[in-house]
Design a binder for this molecule. Structure first.
Ligand SMILES: NC(=O)c1ccc[n+]([C@@H]2O[C@H](COP(=O)([O-])OP(=O)(O)OC[C@H]3O[C@@H](n4cnc5c(N)ncnc54)[C@H](O)[C@@H]3O)[C@@H](O)[C@H]2O)c1
Length: 269
């Protein structure tokens, strides 16, 4: 229970990655504040953690609305007295390129990914500074934030921006004992999120042929298999723990080796 007595606020707690990270932090002993714009994603995550013997509350909030962000942080402080760990995970997907994307769509997607991380970092870090006990902030990136991607302009730009937001916030908050790091997921094995949704009591229809579609992804990554949300959960527990006490301003890639590989040429073949 390396996060015993810690409190973790996680944004974007769908049964996929945010839910996997929240469950991982809860299994390590942290109380969870599950925050999502979709009430059922916050509520189901919190209900599952409570039912599994942990402690959790659900907060419905839009990460781009500062009043709602403040209310979420206040709800965390009221319920648990503090926040030790913040995971900025909420995002939307909208695969469009620079030509076809409207400016409004650009603003919405970058607003959620970058603006949401900014607002939650601002208000959670203020709470952490007031307590004087430090903390750990983890921003969720994507392999799309590390390389140029066609047809995904706002997402890959915002995720890349979040890498330097992480470094800049880390440099600013270091004097308060707050560590800021990022965690990079990649194309994710979808089966665990269906399992989680079922565990959360939802009716799930698994899309036919999904396993075959994921084969193509698997064959392209060095490990020939894809990470699961629980793999990101383990990495988040590490970044939040005292085991990472000397780590700030860095990115931990949990990507089955994807970014390390130069894809265009294999000199060994
Ligand atoms: N799925 C992947 O393969 C993958 C790969 C790399 C990185 N990621 C990253 O992992 C994170 C989670 O992705 P996921 O696949 O679990 O996505 P998801 O769509 O399942 O979950 C995202 C959650 O964020 C919430 N959300 C969206 N806008 C919000 C807002 N304005 N305010 C509050 N909540 C909001 C959604 O309701 C949802 O619950 C994201 O940051 C994503 O960029 C995902």
């Amino acid at each position: 229970m390396i996060l015993k007595d810690k409190v973790a606020l996680v944004t974007g707690t769908s049964p996929n990655i945010g839910g996997g990270i929240a469950e991982g932090l809860a299994e390590a002993g942290a109380a969870i504040v599950a925050v999502d714009a979709r009430a059922e994603n916050a509520a189901d995550c919190a209900r599952y953690v409570n039912g599994a013997g942990g402690r959790a509350i659900a907060v419905t909030a839009d990460v781009t609305d500062e009043a709602q962000v403040k209310a979420a942080v206040n709800a965390a402080a009221e319920a648990f007295g503090k926040v030790d760990i913040l995971v900025n995970n909420a995002a939307i997907f909208n695969k469009k390129g620079v030509i076809e994307m409207s400016f409004l769509e650009w603003q919405q997607q970058t607003g959620i990914i970058l603006g949401g991380a900014f607002l939650f970092t601002k208000h959670v870090a203020s709470l952490m500074i007031g307590r004087g006990a430090g903390g750990a902030i983890i921003n969720i990136i994507s392999t799309a934030g590390h390389q140029g991607e066609p047809g995904n302009i706002a997402y890959s730009t915002a995720k890349c921006g979040l890498i330097n937001f992480t470094r800049s916030a880390a440099m600013e908050l270091v004097r308060h004992g707050i560590r800021v790091n990022s965690l990079t997921p990649t194309a994710t094995d979808p089966s665990e999120s269906f399992d989680r949704a079922e565990r959360w009591g939802r009716a799930v229809t698994r899309p036919e042929g999904l396993a075959d579609r994921m084969k193509a992804f698997r064959s392209r990554v060095p490990m020939q298999k894809l990470p699961r949300p629980s793999d990101y959960g383990h990495a988040a527990v590490f970044l939040a723990s005292d085991g990472a006490a000397m780590i700030t301003g860095t990115d931990l890639r949990v990507d089955a080796g994807a970014i390390a590989r130069y894809w265009a040429w294999d000199p060994s073949s």
